[in-house]
Design a protein around this ligand. Sequence first.
Ligand SMILES: [Mg+2]
Length: 368
Amino acid sequence: MPSAPTITRIEWAPLTGERPRLAGSNARLGVHGKSVTCPIARITTSDGAQGFGWSRISQEEAASWIGQPVPAALEEIPFALEYPLWDRAGKLVGKPVYALADDRLTALSVPCYDTTLYFDDLHLTDDAEAAELIAAEAVEGLARNHRHFKIKVGRGGMHMPVEAGTRRDIAIIRAVRAAVGPAAKILIDANNGYNLNLTKQVLGATADADIYWMEEAFHEDPMLYANLREWMGREGLSVLIADGEGDASSRLLEWAQSGLIDVVQYDVLRPGFTRWWSLGPQLDGWNVRSAPHAYGGVFGVYAAPHLAARIQGFTFAEVDPAEVAGLDGSAYAIRNGEVNVPALPGFGLGLDETTYQRAITENGFIAT
Ligand SMILES: [Mg+2]
């Protein structure tokens, strides 16, 4: 049996870019801004193959991987280098990463949502004007071929007085629904800025806006979620409960398995792609939906849709658009509310050599 190829070279550098529109606050953070950073590692292996992708590996850790064999099984790909190694695995067989889940797949389109509707209205004193502003942003999303939208809510958590912020959340949800029409799925995300009573108040007041999922209403708690579900049942509401990004409870999966959480949203960069590759089928087995969080990391927006080939319950890809100098994602397209994933090898992304080498010289490193 031939020995496994080894890692011979790791290059690393952060690439920088911009969102098309400044992203405002959410329930727990200030303005998210326009700037984005996408740290990219590229590995070369002893068989001459290469792959690149998101990585936060340090120079010391990169040095420790030189000479190490590439894991033979996809499930064993290590976190530190997972995106370069998944990209390499696809490129080795000349197929997109999604085809590693099912090699009969020759095309993949995945339902997605516009995640850009932040608290961009805090400078306004009038709720109607605020609702008009966020609705206009949703219309911009329609023009970018989005059909589904996530609205940040929880203005009364920190940025506004509780009652005024909650009233504005409700006005904005209604205005966005009116602007995007009845076919759109509308998701709301409180970033844990509500409590149980505020959640009921908002979901009750927006019943006619037909919210598809409620994300991070409050920090996940089985007693509160059980109460919310029981209340929704009595009210005739069928809003899905979504949770799990960020510092999720270690018991989150237990609560998903027991039916308290409908949609699991672990981040696609951390714990990452390999974790999702294993977890997704497990969630399928429990009849729990998957929707990896992908905001803010650039690379995850491209990577997450590939998981839809692996996970039957993959419900939505999150789209936080950004242009990163040196990283060419133009083969990905959004059409009619779906991401069309390119049928190109690996993740189907381009890396401009001049830009990457300059970034390595200025802010990165090479381990050999
Ligand atoms: Mg969220």
